[in-house]
Design a protein around this ligand. Structure first.
Ligand code: GDP
Ligand code: GDP
Ligand code: MG
Length: 303
């Protein structure tokens, strides 16, 4: 995709809003004073970065300006980019070294769970992994069919049952099939659920118990899928889910269609949950590993 990576292309809408807003603050001021920091803080909040994180960014920036004796407001841009990069840099990769690695994919309805599973399956297979999918969203027949289409597209095996089956029993069958096939990676689709629906959270706990019993020396990842277009609401979802279940990473989808990409910074700073993958479109190769450097550069519109 040329010099401009897919993440950067996916960030275009976020980036143009960010540059416009932040750029206009920095160009209005001729010297760096308290008023500039205050205006910048408000602007960052408008860019979906969240109040707590925006405050923190400005505090670090004040410190940096002092230490590095920055006097030109135009130079704040680079300092800001470095601060944001550091906030994003963390444990951003999905570790597939487990034998097997079991990935549970959870989140509310319509965020892109099934689509992201299809994309992951194709990528892991291309890396030489033996992948098995479990259609544990048994709530609607269409959900099973949708995952099946993706399994065929990616060329991986899928375990399914009929609509209305206990999802934990599908997970059980998936684990057994994966063991027989000596699979490396197992990915389970789940029905859209809200953190506050007790029966659905109990159902999730039951699926987790089934995995824990049969995973042996393997590793489990629980990925929460969030739709970037929902802005700060995505941060709230992450906060609420993390209170009821252990989340090891986030897949942030639909970055391509939104100006709300700044939520990544809030999620990583406030919740300390690493964003591991980002969705930048509906095609099979539109899922990218999250890269802090590319994201920070993309936000500032740099190639
Ligand atoms: P689920 O209910 O969480 O399983 O969500 P689905 O996987 O069914 O996706 C819901 C819709 O979002 C579908 O129309 C997908 O094509 C779309 N979608 C998923 N990920 C992305 C993405 O990264 N970008 C865009 N533009 N659309 C996406
Ligand atoms: P309500 O109208 O808010 O009480 O809930 P709905 O019945 O509309 O369900 C909302 C979503 O939660 C559905 O689309 C499902 O994805 C999920 N859901 C609801 N009940 C169940 C259930 O018993 N099992 C599973 N797996 N998902 C459910
Ligand atoms: Mg789905």
């Amino acid at each position: 995709m040329g010099l401009f990576s897919k993440i950067k292309a996916g960030l275009k809408k976020t980036s143009s809003g960010f540059l416009e807003k932040v750029g206009s603050v920095l160009s209005t001021f001729t010297k760096i004073d308290e008023e500039l920091f205050e205006e910048l803080e408000e602007t960052l909040i408008l860019c979906d970065i969240g109040a707590q994180t925006s405050l923190k960014i400005c505090d670090v920036l004040r410190q940096k300006v002092k230490e590095e004796r920055i006097t030109d407001p135009a130079l704040i841009r680079t300092a800001l980019k470095d601060i944001i990069f550091e906030m994003l840099d963390g444990n951003n990769t999905i570790d597939l070294s487990g034998s097997p690695t079991v990935i549970m994919v959870i989140g509310v309805n319509g965020v892109g769970k099934t689509t992201s599973i299809g994309k992951m399956a194709a990528q892991f297979k291309a890396q030489g992994k033996q992948v098995v999918l479990g259609a544990a969203d048994t709530f609607r027949a269409a959900a099973i069919e949708q995952l099946e289409i993706w399994a065929n597209r990616a060329g991986v095996h899928m375990v399914k049952s009929v609509e209305g089956t206990d999802p934990a029993s599908v997970v059980f069958d998936t684990m057994a099939s994966a063991k027989a096939k000596n699979a490396d990676v197992i990915i389970c689709d789940t029905a859209g659920r809200l953190h506050n629906k007790k029966n659905l959270m109990d159902e999730l706990a039951k699926m987790n118990r089934v995995i824990d019993r049969s995973i042996g020396d393997g590793r489990k990842e629980t990925l929460l899928v969030l739709d970037a277009a929902t802005g700060q609401n995505a941060v709230n979802q992450a906060r609420q889910f993390s209170e009821v279940t252990d989340i090891t990473g986030i897949i942030l989808t639909k970055l391509d269609g939104t100006a709300h990409g700044g939520v990544v910074i809030s999620i990583m700073d406030e919740l300390k949950i690493p964003v591991k993958l980002v969705g930048v479109g509906e095609q099979i190769d539109d899922l990218m590993p999250f890269n802090a450097r590319e994201f920070a550069e993309g936000l500032f519109g740099e190639e």
